[in-house]
Design a protein around this ligand. Structure first.
Ligand SMILES: NC(=O)c1ccc[n+]([C@@H]2O[C@H](COP(=O)([O-])OP(=O)(O)OC[C@H]3O[C@@H](n4cnc5c(N)ncnc54)[C@H](O)[C@@H]3O)[C@@H](O)[C@H]2O)c1
Ligand SMILES: CC(C)[C@H](C(=O)O)[C@@H](O)C(=O)O
Ligand SMILES: [Mg+2]
Length: 365
């Protein structure tokens, strides 16, 4: 079998980023060896680490390296050290710049409860058992990017902070199509989430998504206001299959959906554009409260690497192997602190990496 070569850019970022990405790289190398895939890793700075090094949260060189790779594996950015910077100089700008620079308008955030972790959820077993939701979040538009934005002086001398939530029809259509196609491959139920009882931008969103539905007769479309959706996610999450929503609503709802699964430390994501490399990253942040303590759960990062193999590199067998190894270590009772429950074995980030490698070497079918 001829060896497949892939150029992967690694963006460890800040906080727990370097700890968790190391685990994912080891896992990728191990699965690569088994399936004759050769990963050429190249590391670049982003976020706070890049600010410290270059003064810029997204150096041009970082973006160029990402553009020139087959896929980008990102850990997380941000932390206390940079919290007092003005918003346009913060680490988060590096992440937004990366998403915009690579045209990654579609963010897929799966929230699936694993049977092994039902006890780690704060919700009742009957509420979370069987939950399997895909949040399709628009990622390069909406209030994160709309103009005008800034802090402006008013005539009275008072300051006024402004952000603008805006979507064009074509921006809504392209994320809508990704969402309908995603729902088609799942249970065929798409819930579009907006705030069209108040916001004009949401009225346009709802109208376009409704119009698109005629092209996808095998998908059942429903609509929900975002405040109700936040409540329904906690009340009866099994009513959802695929959710499509804008940038800010998707950010908030995906963190809420994460908790259904036990911990945000479990949730991967894929950020995709219409061409070029995607960025694969955990839903969680840099967790500065536990950084450098070997306490982080690396599974969201490892599952992001699996999403990279599945969606970005078309290597589903390799992705399956990683996902199976994750299930195996959970079956064996290994838990980081965030998913710990009675009777389980508490491990740190590095030890979780070690048991994952063992599970890859010795899969128990
Ligand atoms: N994609 C990203 O890079 C990203 C995403 C979200 C937040 N952030 C940034 O991260 C920084 C911290 O933000 P925050 O505290 O609001 O969110 P966070 O997701 O970093 O942390 C929230 C809580 O979850 C815990 N947690 C997160 N990931 C974990 C993991 N893998 N294992 C165990 N516990 C985990 C943290 O310890 C913390 O208690 C901020 O600067 C924020 O802007 C970055
Ligand atoms: C860090 C921040 C810019 C980012 C976002 O808001 O998109 C994060 O919360 C996420 O969910 O990826
Ligand atoms: Mg978020």
């Amino acid at each position: 079998m001829q060896q497949q070569q892939y150029r992967i850019t690694l963006l460890p970022g800040d906080g727990i980023g370097p700890e968790i990405i190391t685990v994912a790289v080891d896992v990728l190398k191990a699965v690569g060896q088994q399936l004759n895939l050769n990963f050429e890793f190249q590391e670049a700075p982003i976020g706070g680490a890049a600010i410290d090094k270059t003064g810029n949260p997204l150096p041009d060189e970082t973006l160029a390296i990402c553009r020139n790779s087959d896929a980008v594996l990102l850990a997380a950015i941000g932390g206390y050290k940079w919290d007092t910077l003005p918003s346009n100089q913060r680490p988060e700008r590096g992440l937004l710049g990366l998403r915009a620079g690579l045209g990654l308008f579609a963010n897929l955030r799966p929230a699936k409860i694993l049977p092994q972790l039902i006890n780690a959820s704060t919700l009742k077993r009957e509420v979370v058992e069987g939950v399997d939701i895909m949040v399709v979040r628009e990622l390069t538009g909406g209030i994160y990017f709309g103009q005008p934005k800034g802090i402006f002086a008013t005539e009275t001398g008072e300051k006024r902070g402004v952000n603008t939530m805006a979507y064009t029809e074509s921006e809504i259509d392209r994320i809508g199509r990704v969402a309908f196609e995603t729902a088609q491959k799942r249970k065929g139920q798409l819930c579009s989430v907006d705030k069209s009882n108040v916001l004009e931008v949401s009225q346009l969103w709802r109208a376009r998504i409704t119009q698109l539905a005629s092209e996808y007769p095998n998908v059942t479309l429903s609509h929900m206001y975002v405040d109700n959706c936040a409540m329904q996610l906690l009340r009866w999450p099994k009513q959802f299959d695929t959710i499509v929503t804008g940038n800010l609503f998707g950010d908030i709802l995906s963190d809420a959906a994460a908790m259904l699964t036990g911990s945000i430390g479990m949730l991967p994501s894929a950020s995709l554009g219409s061409s070029g490399p995607g960025v694969y990253e955990p839903v969680h942040g840099s967790a500065p409260d536990i950084a450098g303590q070997d306490k982080a759960n690396p599974i969201a990062q490892v599952l992001s690497a699996a999403m990279m193999l599945r969606y970005g590199l078309n290597q589903p067998q390799a992705a399956d192997k990683i996902e199976t190894a994750v299930l195996q270590v959970l079956d064996q009772g290994y838990r980081t602190g965030d998913i710990m429950s009675e009777g389980m074995t508490l491990v740190g980030c590095r030890a979780m990496g070690d048991v994952l490698l063992k599970a890859l070497e010795n899969p128990q079918s």
